[in-house]
Design a protein around this ligand. Structure first.
Ligand SMILES: *Cc1c(COP(=O)(O)O)cnc(C)c1O
Length: 374
């Protein structure tokens, strides 16, 4: 490379403090107050790269544990009967799963691979919640033998489970997945039985009448990165109403309400303007919405509350370290009398069309495909 390194332009046009002004332009950043990062859990970034190379994924055990403890505390303080399951599909790295296991999380899996991984990591069958719209016969058989909690997604799966449990002497605890309108858009209708047209109730009835099965849980997963805590209030009310109906008609009171995941992290999505602290409700707001409804029940009728947390716990704990390996191109010189204000000129540079400077990093979208969301 013969071109001298030229620094990026940081303008102070938008404010008096130039680093903050630059961050304000970036509506994908966490917010204007995110400081430059020099270390992770006390490990200097250059030392991490020197020891392990670049690019490098790094997870902060400290952040992961403190997010987990904070969420646990927020719910248990309001509602002691709360159980947490870790969504393996969100991140199935061994140490991430193990740390959450140490914090009291059980496993939530959606595929045979994830089921096997949870068993390999030491989660016992009864400490695995099995969701997912497709559970092949072989893994269903294993999960049944090992006493995992199957959340039944559809009629075909229910038929298959009826077949696989035909010779059981003890009833098998199962749940059903339910989709419902929680007042937010889009409505996720892809998982489970419909609530509104009575389908979920019919599925529940069929299970309640089967002596080989015992209906343990009503489950819903209403979406992801949900910014409306009130959606969880609605979902809780609707699942409780179904639980009431089942009790009234069949005398069976379900043990557990599982409200899935969907709690947002402080990493802002595409197009959101920060800072995150102002646009993302705190986990306490979600805990209030859910537990307000549950705490209105007489104590004896209160179900176990299960939550399947994913991104809320791990998102801010993870980093991808990359190195700038080349600077290509030259700065465009500003032509005299180009008729542009300083601001318009900079807009063009930032929009990229006229930018002649490119930074080549040693990691791309192949390593962080979710970067398109954030
Ligand atoms: C993905 C998933 C989760 C976790 O979702 P987050 O939005 O990351 O909290 C929980 N439950 C089910 C069934 C899922 O598919």
């Amino acid at each position: 490379m013969t071109q001298d390194y030229s620094q990026p332009i940081i303008s102070d046009e938008l404010g008096s403090n130039s680093p903050h002004a630059a961050a304000e332009r970036n509506c994908f950043a966490r917010g204007v107050h995110t400081p430059a990062l020099f270390e992770i859990d006390g490990n200097p970034i250059p030392a991490l790269v020197a020891d392990f190379g670049s690019p490098l994924f790094v997870f902060s055990e400290h952040t992961l544990r403190s997010k987990a403890r904070h969420a646990r505390e927020a719910f248990r303080r309001r509602y002691p009967k709360t159980s947490f399951a870790w969504s393996f599909k969100t991140n199935h790295l061994q140490s991430v799963c193990q740390i959450l296991r140490q914090e009291g999380w059980i496993a939530e899996v959606v595929s045979d691979f994830e089921y096997e991984k949870a068993r390999y990591l030491g989660f016992a069958g009864p400490d695995i919640v099995f969701n997912g719209p497709y559970k092949p016969r072989a893994i269903l058989r294993r999960a049944i033998d090992e006493g995992a909690l199957l959340h039944i997604d559809n009629w075909d799966e229910l038929s298959l489970i009826e077949e696989l449990t035909r010779d059981r002497r003890e009833p098998l605890d199962v749940g059903i997945r339910v989709w419902l309108d929680a007042g937010i858009r889009p409505v996720w209708s892809k998982f489970g039985f419909a609530l509104a047209n009575g389908e979920a109730e019919r599925a529940a009835e069929r299970i309640v009448k089967n002596p080989r099965l015992r209906l343990h849980t009503l489950h819903t997963h209403i979406g992801t990165y949900i910014l409306e805590p009130s959606a969880y209030r609605t979902a809780t009310q609707k699942l409780l109403a179904l639980r009431d109906t089942i009790q009234r008609k069949h005398g069976h009171l379900l043990d557990c309400l599982d409200l899935g995941g969907g709690f947002p992290s402080n990493s802002l999505l595409h197009g959101m303007a920060g800072p995150a602290e102002q646009v993302v409700p705190p986990i306490e707001a979600y805990a209030d919405a859910i537990t307000d409804v549950l705490n209105r029940l007489p104590e004896k009728k209160r179900p176990l509350l299960r939550l399947e947390t994913g991104r809320h716990l791990v998102d801010e704990a993870g980093y991808l370290l990359t190195s700038v390996v080349a600077v290509k191109g030259i700065h465009r010189q500003r032509a005299e009398n180009d008729g542009l204000s300083a601001r318009d000129f900079k807009e063009q540079l930032i929009a990229g069309e006229d930018s002649k400077v490119n930074y080549i990093a040693d990691a791309g979208i192949n390593l962080l495909y979710t970067s398109a969301w954030y």
